[in-house]
Design a binder for this molecule. Structure first.
Ligand code: 0O2
Length: 205
């Protein structure tokens, strides 16, 4: 049996449900003639192997309780937006949604990680018609949402790829170049935001 015990199907069902709820938020914007909220939306249930590795890394016991309570990213969704302002629109709508409570926020956009990583992380508490690990029905389940622009997402994918190549010649140089690249992409995001604003101002004249 995996670290998720009997919850594996439940986690997949909740992922589908929360994904649909976010798609619904987007559909409502589009129907109201607002720009789409995001460019794409992806989700995953963390693999049992990665979850066991995370429990070891965090010094948590390798138990279903730790996987679903101490770790709060068993279910994860990534909302990849066109513009930084779309991240703020998404945040506002998720905070207002009646189907979840935001229990934690980490703003790695205002405060980028030292390596250059940028993204806005939310932990949601969602109530779902499944028994949770504390025996409650309906149950409480955590969902991690990562919000980023396309530029932030490309950087994170490439950095993730490179991170696992351990036999590089000059790791310090690579870290420095990656950081430089992240900062350049952040400045492109600012520029793209300005362009969008100019276009919108033109449209409203
Ligand atoms: P995966 O495969 O994406 O799930 P906690 O202390 O528990 O609140 P946690 O989860 O340890 O916080 O860390 P944090 O900083 O909130 O972010 C965790 C996730 O953010 C990671 O998940 C990555 O997806 C992403 N992330 C954070 N920092 C970086 C980074 O420097 N580079 C890249 N590429 N991604 C990052 P996992 O579990 O690592 O993997």
């Amino acid at each position: 049996m995996s670290i998720y015990g009997p919850y594996e199907d439940t986690l997949n069902a909740i992922l589908i449900d929360v994904k649909q709820r976010i798609e619904e938020l987007n559909n409502r914007q589009v129907v109201a003639n607002q720009p789409k909220l995001y460019e794409h939306l992806i989700g995953r249930v963390k693999t049992p192997t990665s979850m066991v590795e995370k429990c070891h890394r965090k010094n948590y016991p390798v138990t279903t309780e730790a996987a679903l309570r101490q770790c709060r990213d068993a279910i994860g969704l990534r909302i990849v937006c066109n513009f930084v302002s779309d991240i703020s629109r998404c945040l506002k709508l998720v905070r207002q949604a009646d189907w979840c409570t935001v229990v934690k926020e980490k703003d790695y956009i205002t405060n980028a990680k030292p390596n250059g990583y940028r993204s806005y992380h939310l932990i949601l508490d969602v109530v779902e018609p499944y028994q949770d690990v504390d025996g409650h029905l309906p149950g409480h389940f955590f969902v991690e949402i990562q919000l980023r622009t396309i530029a932030m997402d490309s950087w994170a994918s490439l950095e993730h790829e490179i991170k696992y190549k351990h036999h590089v010649k000059d790791p310090e140089r690579i870290s420095k170049e990656l950081k430089r690249c992240a900062d350049q992409l952040a400045s492109c995001d600012v520029q793209m935001q300005t362009i969008r604003q100019l276009v919108q101002e033109g449209e409203s004249e």
